[in-house]
Design a protein around this ligand. Structure first.
Ligand code: PRP
Length: 178
């Protein structure tokens, strides 16, 4: 375990088991359809790479880059779209893939933005859901785990751009950020 990690919340094995279950649900719900899967960078990078390999429907992979946190632990509420979609999503089924939903501000911005482009549907899949911190009411269609209000890192999730490479999800030691 990394020296800055207090405890492991979800091991690599547990993550892959749950991602396979999410993949099965998505395969069933979109059977016979084409799906545009949109990873929200940078955090969702690792999750989306594992999730799409569980899908046996027609998948087009796209990415957007948004940023809200900077190096702080609190959301500023200001979402910046740093890179837009490459795909035209008009008339298409879209699945937005996030690593974590916290205040919900990022997803609220993304979903509302996408809806103006008249897709056939927009759904959301997140690996982690931290409902305790929600500021806006948003619908999340596929959830890997409900997480406690701890400082979570690993498997794509950073603190000040570090720890994204950890293969598990862990809790960051308070001494690192206090
Ligand atoms: C994180 C995470 C989500 C967002 C969730 O991204 O990946 O996109 O915050 O927070 P919210 O529900 O409070 O909006 P971040 O802005 O840290 O960028 P990153 O993905 O590049 O790490």
């Amino acid at each position: 375990m990394h020296k800055d990690v207090e405890s492991i919340l979800y091991s690599e094995t547990l993550l892959h088991k749950r991602i396979s279950e999410l993949g099965n649900m998505i395969n069933k719900d979109y059977a016979g359809e084409k799906l545009i899967v949109v990873g929200v960078m940078k955090g969702a990078n690792v999750f989306v790479a594992d999730l799409i390999r569980q899908l046996d429907i027609d998948v087009v992979l796209d990415f957007i880059v948004v940023s809200s946190y900077g190096a702080s632990t609190e959301s500023t509420g200001i979402i910046r779209l740093l890179k837009d979609l490459d795909e035209n999503i008009s008339g298409e089924h879209v699945l937005v893939v996030e690593d974590i939903v916290d205040s919900g501000l990022t997803l609220d911005y993304i979903v509302n933005n996408f809806k103006t482009r008249k897709p056939a549907s927009v759904k959301v899949c997140t690996l982690l859901n931290k409902v305790e911190r929600r500021k806006v009411d948003i619908k999340v269609d596929y959830i890997g785990f409900q997480v406690p209000d701890e400082f979570i890192i690993g498997y794509g999730i950073d603190y000040a751009e570090k720890y994204r490479n950890l293969p598990y999800i862990g809790v960051l030691k308070r001494s690192v950020y206090e």
